[in-house]
Design a protein around this ligand. Structure first.
Ligand code: DX5
Ligand code: ZN
Length: 219
């Protein structure tokens, strides 16, 4: 288990968008620590979600921090449009931009910087940047869609990141995203993850208070 506290970050992507404000309030009351905001541009992934205007709307309703996950081709160009509304900006190591410069620009803007890695990408791609980020997002499904099954092999990356964090005295969060439910949350936290993103499991639950407690491993 990681020594860092568990942070539950419900993914707004799974909410009822016809009632987004009420959905945010409902799930925040149920115990959300952050909200995870998935941004897709139809290029980097084969889907669309929301942009800065909807992110601002979430920011106005939520009282917990926003964690934006940019699944877009040009995170270096677009992150400033989201930056005023969020605490953390995560972009993908697979995106065609300068990883080091983008992480630095995000930090210079006053946000924390997260770096995401998709399941097919080898861990070595993120290794050179671990001392320059505040959060490593290990994708546990292929990005683009909610409701997919957790890929257990991704836990090797969580374990490798935890080991390097200890060896090098670093302090970044390890976040997992995709197919997270109480059973897979346990697998992920045992491997070393401390930020749990869950969309379907929380927003579609009949009892989100219980679901969040179970994700934390408290029930
Ligand atoms: C996938 C997104 C996830 C997704 C998680 O590309 O990054 O945040 O919404 O959804 P669930 O929890 O339903 O797998
Ligand atoms: Zn996400």
């Amino acid at each position: 288990m990681s020594s860092k506290p568990i942070i539950i970050a419900p993914s707004v992507f799974a909410c009822d968008f016809s009632r987004i404000g009420e959905e945010i309030t409902r799930i925040e009351k149920a115990g959300a620590d952050w909200f995870h905001v998935d941004i897709m541009d139809g290029h980097f992934v084969d889907n669309f979600t929301m942009g800065p205007a909807v992110t601002e709307a979430i920011y106005k309703v939520a009282t917990v921090p926003l964690d934006v996950h940019l699944m877009i081709e040009r995170p270096d160009h677009f992150f400033p449009r989201f930056q005023p509304f969020v605490r953390n900006v995560t972009f993908h190591v697979e995106a065609p931009c300068d990883t080091k410069a983008t992480a630095r620009a995000i930090r210079d803007s006053g946000c924390t910087a997260g770096l995401a890695i998709s399941p097919p990408t080898p861990f070595e791609k993120v290794e050179p940047f671990l001392d320059q980020i505040d959060l490593l997002l290990v994708m546990t499904v292929n990005p683009g869609f909610g409701g997919q099954a957790f890929i257990p092999e991704t836990m090797e990356k969580v374990k490798a990141a935890k080991k390097i964090r200890e060896q090098q005295g670093l302090d970044f969060h390890i976040e997992v995203d995709g197919g997270i439910r109480p059973d897979t949350a346990r697998v992920a936290t045992e491997a070393g993850a401390n930020v749990l993103v869950a969309g379907t499991a929380i927003f579609q639950s009949q009892d989100p208070v219980k679901e969040i407690a179970e994700l934390r491993g408290r029930e």
